[in-house]
Design a protein around this ligand. Structure first.
Ligand code: GLN
Length: 387
């Protein structure tokens, strides 16, 4: 009988999530999980109560596919209040099952086999399967040095006639970089010159430190019409398991995303969308609190890592630190270091190379998250001190 390939070739280009694999190993060894970025502390009470009320009020059936109108309105109001963007909740906002679905739906809606999509490395692992499943080829631009900056000439060289889009994730996972106006301006100019789209991942927009500000790409001159903004509630309201994300894009782009979203998932959980609306409606009072809470956690983990001998850039946003272990005298690569740390010290990070195409560039890094309670971080610090 002729041998037939049962598995589609598109699945061959990516492997299981390294981040979730580290979580699994962390549990196995009873380690502290500073690998996967999710909070181990409760979500805000007002958000939880709103979800309970929605279920008790029997909001249990499908919501409108594009998202509950109250949630879409709350998202549009946030975009206006925070960034001065005039967004039409009827035609320009789509609620998805997390930012993960939002990004996948955007890629499937706009990228054809043979197209090229540019991504900065280190990158969040999802963009590789997103590209593979939409048939795109990723082109990588490396953020270099402890400040994670790109070389403008290298960026320009990545653009070409086949470029369909660039992915910009700011505040950035895993580097903690917040792209500034000048950097975003350079990217925006190239998007316009090469007539391509920008997919943004702004899931960490409210987790910012010191005086760093988040600037959405869609607010830059000439960019609204070619930007697909991805955001969500997971990180801001500590509800990563609720799967509430969204896409904001002009009507001609939103239409295509909505078609894909409809047949991928139909819609996000209806009662949780109600709670999401309540969360965003009361967000302005909550964001400063969130910001200072995470700044304290960042500082706590940075001190522990530096005292243990890691070299780290001070994250400007998001909730991760890329830590260089080159000075610790470990003889082995990042994966061996991560496994060793789990088994010997009982603290789980993510190997740095999983955030790079050029594995070599990540081989001295491991990523830690500080999205954990102060008690968890104190225990991690105690364990790291034993290194
Ligand atoms: N965004 C989170 C992280 O980077 C969770 C990722 C995941 O579960 N793959 O850790």
């Amino acid at each position: 009988m002729p041998q037939r390939a049962l598995v589609a070739s598109r699945t061959a280009v990516f492997s299981e999530s390294v981040i979730r694999e580290m979580t699994r190993l962390s549990f196995l060894h009873g380690a502290i999980n500073l690998a996967q970025g999710y909070p181990d502390f409760p979500a805000p009470g007002f958000v939880k109560r709103a979800a309970i009320e929605a279920i008790e009020a029997d909001v249990n059936q499908y919501a409108i596919t594009w998202g509950d109108p109250r949630l879409r309105t709350a998202i549009a109001d946030k975009m206006r209040g925070h960034y001065g963007l005039d967004v039409d909740p009827e035609r320009e906002v789509t609620v998805t099952c997390g930012a993960t679905e939002a990004m996948m739906a955007a890629m499937l809606a706009f990228v054809e086999p043979g197209d090229e999509v540019i991504v900065f490395e280190p990158f969040y692992e999802n963009y590789v399967p997103d590209a593979a499943m939409s048939g795109a080829t990723l082109k990588y631009v490396t953020l270099r040095g402890l400040d994670f900056v790109f070389d403008p000439d290298e960026l320009r060289a990545a653009f070409g006639p086949r470029t369909k889009a660039i992915i910009v994730n700011s505040p950035n996972n895993p580097s903690g970089k917040v792209f500034d106006r000048e950097e975003l301006g350079q990217i925006a100019a190239l998007c316009q010159e090469f007539d391509c789209l920008c997919f943004t991942d702004e899931i960490y927009e409210h987790i910012l430190f010191d005086d760093h500000q988040h600037l959405p790409m869609s607010t830059l001159p000439g960019m609204y019409d070619r930007t697909v903004t991805v955001g969500g509630l997971s990180k801001t309201f500590s509800v990563t398991g609720w799967r509430l994300g969204y896409v904001v894009a002009p009507p001609h782009l939103s239409e295509a995303v909505r078609k894909v979203h409809d047949f991928l998932t139909v819609g996000a959980p209806a009662p949780l969308q109600q709670a999401g609306a309540v969360a965003l409606e009361q967000g302005e009072a909550y964001y400063p609190e969130l910001r200072s809470m995470y700044q304290g956690k960042r500082d706590r983990l940075l001190i522990a890592l530096r005292e243990a001998g890691f070299i780290c850039h001070k994250p400007e946003g998001a909730y991760y630190v890329m830590a260089d272990f080159g000075d610790l005298g470990f003889d082995g690569d990042d994966t061996a270091f991560a496994l060793n740390l789990i088994e010997r010290a009982g603290v789980a990070p993510v190997p740095g190379s999983s955030f790079y195409n050029n594995q070599e560039a990540g081989s001295r890094f491991v990523r830690f998250t500080f999205s954990k309670s102060d008690e968890t971080l104190a225990e991690a610090a105690r364990r790291l001190a034993s290194l």
